[in-house]
Design a protein around this ligand. Sequence first.
Ligand SMILES: [Zn+2]
Ligand SMILES: [Zn+2]
Length: 279
Amino acid sequence: MIAKEIEEYLDKPNRHLDSQVMDELVKLKEQARINKDEYIANYLWCLQQVYKIQSSYLTAFRMMKVGKYEDAWNALDRTDIEISFLEPHFEKYFGCIVGFRFYIAPILNAVKQFQKLFPYKYFFSHEIIVKEEKCSICGKKISLRHGCNHRIGQLYLGEMCCHEITDMEFLAEAIVTDPFDKYTIIHVEGQEYNYYPLEQLMKVIKDPFALWNVDELQVVSPEYKNIGRNELCPCGSGKKYKKCCLGTNKIYTKHFRINLANREFGEIQPLTFYNTVKK
Ligand SMILES: [Zn+2]
Ligand SMILES: [Zn+2]
C-alpha cells in the first residue's frame, strides 16, 4: 500500500480498521526519516493520527456496545486528545480543516455527546511543580535556564515534540468536576453508576458515524407526578407531600433527549426521552 491508498482507505467509514495499515505507515515513515524527507514524514505522522483517532473511537463504540463503560470513557478521552494533536497540522497536509475529512467531524461530535451521558462527576487532578523535563526530539534536559530549539506540539521528521517530566514536586491532589485529563475517575465506595441512558442509546444506535446530539432537560420525576398534596411524600420521609418535597428541587430529575439525524430528510428529530430515574 502506498500512502495515497492509505489516505483513501481512511476516508471510508470503516467499522473495523485493518492493523496492517498502521504497520505500513510505520514502515513508510521510517523510510521517509532515513531519506530526511521532512514533509513526507510529517504527512505520514498525520495519517497515523487519523488512524489512531478512528481506532480509539471505534474501540470506545464497541466497548459501549458490550457495557464496558469505563474502558469506553477512557477511549473517548483518548480520541479527543489525538484530535487535538492533529488539528494544528491538518490544513498544511490536507488543504482543509480537520472536520472535513476522515469522519473526524462526526467522531468529535459523538465523543462530546457520549461524554454528556456518562455518570462520572468527580475526578482527581494533580497539582505539581515541574522541575526538569526532557525534550522528546533531541533528548536534552529542559529547565528554567536551559532549553532547546524544539517547540511542544511541532512536528520534526514525523515526530511530535513533547516534554517528558523527569523531576517534579508533588503539591496536592485536588478533586475537580471538569478536568483536562478525564481518566482519573473517583470511585465512591458503595456508589453505583447509572448507565441507563447509555444502555438505551446503544440499543438503537447502529452506526458509529451516525449524527446525533443530546439535550439535557430538567423534568419532574415520575414518582412525584400525580401526587396529592396531602398524600405521603414519595421520598420516604413519612411526612405529607405538601410539608416535604413539594416546591423544592428534589422533585426534578435529569432527562436526556437523544436527537438522531434523519438521514432521508436531513433534519434532526427527537427520537425519544430516556428517563434516568431508577425503574
Ligand atoms: Zn529538543
Ligand atoms: Zn419528601
